[in-house]
Design a protein around this ligand. Structure first.
Ligand SMILES: Nc1ncnc2c1ncn2[C@@H]1O[C@H](COP(=O)(O)OP(=O)(O)OP(=O)(O)O)[C@@H](O)[C@H]1O
Length: 303
């Protein structure tokens, strides 16, 4: 029996760029997501996160490859109310009240949750009678979130859900999401805020240029990638980029920072074969890992 919530295989989505040339916004993604997983989808602007999410939601069809959600075509699972989504854009009618907005969309669902439950889950009870147009950006995001949970979905997909929220609102939002997770929902969220992924996701899927560059438990991704940063003072004239296994090179003052797939081998080489000094192997942050993994094309092949 297929117990995957999502199963994507060889997924490709091509678009035409400004000059009419075809390029792959999603360039061959394979992904399996099990029930109850909380996944942070990380990647720089244009990495392909939204395109991937659109395919999971059946909003766009893959150019190649297959995608199933709950063992069926995405649209079938959507129609059954098994998927809820908070997207970056999404029309809200400014003249309706918050409660009327939720009632209106509830009428399109076969078996929606009660209004009070949804208002409470999105922390909107006190705003029920306010017009949507008078709500702040963060409050409007919570309305979108309320609409996403109306059908009591097993899978929640959120594309940069906290955009436009201040720190306090973001905190409250993630508290609400933690409640959702405790109910056993599978949650996938795309974010630019690495801290959010680190705090809330149990698994990180990092996307760079349409491909998955890292995928694993949050701590593992952080450790695996951050252990690869070697910093040293290099002798003049040494071509850092040509050192064995180097993925990317950065400099700060007289120190050179090297990212590599094998920090031990690189450190050994620097100490035995070159006149490098002051060498350190850092235990960096998820942000370091993110930058190292998404900034360099060869990184994909080395993972
Ligand atoms: N309908 C489209 N037609 C042409 N190009 C597109 C289309 N949709 C997306 N793209 C391009 O595909 C690439 C991936 O875009 P996508 O929105 O999936 O990235 P993203 O990782 O979600 O970025 P962001 O973090 O900025 O939202 C970008 O270069 C984007 O310009």
């Amino acid at each position: 029996m297929n117990t995957n919530v999502i199963r994507a295989d060889g997924l490709v989505k091509s678009f035409k760029d400004g000059s009419g040339r075809s390029f792959d916004a999603v360039a061959g993604i394979g992904l399996e997501v099990g029930p109850g997983e909380i996944i942070g989808l990380l990647g720089p602007n244009g990495a392909g996160k939204s395109t991937l999410i659109d395919m999971v939601l059946g909003l766009t069809r893959p150019t190649r490859g297959t995608i199933e959600v709950f063992g069926a075509e995405p649209l079938r699972s959507i129609k059954r109310g098994r998927i809820g989504a908070v997207l970056q854009t999404g029309g809200l009618l400014p003249d309706l009240t918050v409660a009327d907005t939720i009632r209106m969309i509830a009428a399109t669902h076969r078996d929606p949750l009660p209004l009070e439950t949804v208002l409470a889950q999105a922390d909107l009870t006190h705003l029920a009678r306010r017009r949507v147009g008078k709500c702040s950006g963060g409050e409007q995001q919570r309305i979108r979130f309320a609409l996403a949970v109306l059908s009591n979905p097993e899978l929640l997909i959120l594309d940069e859900p906290t955009t436009g929220m201040d720190a306090g609102a973001r905190h409250a939002f993630w508290d609400a999401m933690a409640d959702q997770a405790r109910e056993g929902r599978t949650i996938i969220f795309a974010t630019h805020y690495i801290e959010e992924a680190q705090n809330f996701a149990r698994r990180i899927v990092m996307v760079g240029r349409g491909r998955i560059v890292a995928d694993g438990p949050t701590e593992e991704v952080r450790e695996r990638a951050s252990a690869r940063t070697v910093t040293a003072v290099l002798p003049e004239g040494l071509d850092a980029a040509a050192l064995p296994g180097v993925i990317s090179v950065g400099t700060s003052g007289d120190r050179t920072t090297l990212t590599t797939a094998d920090s031990d081998a690189l450190a050994r080489h620097l100490l035995t074969e070159t006149a490098a000094t002051d060498l350190s192997i850092s235990t960096g942050s998820l942000e370091d890992a993110f930058l190292a993994l998404t900034s360099s094309e060869p990184a994909k092949e080395q993972l």
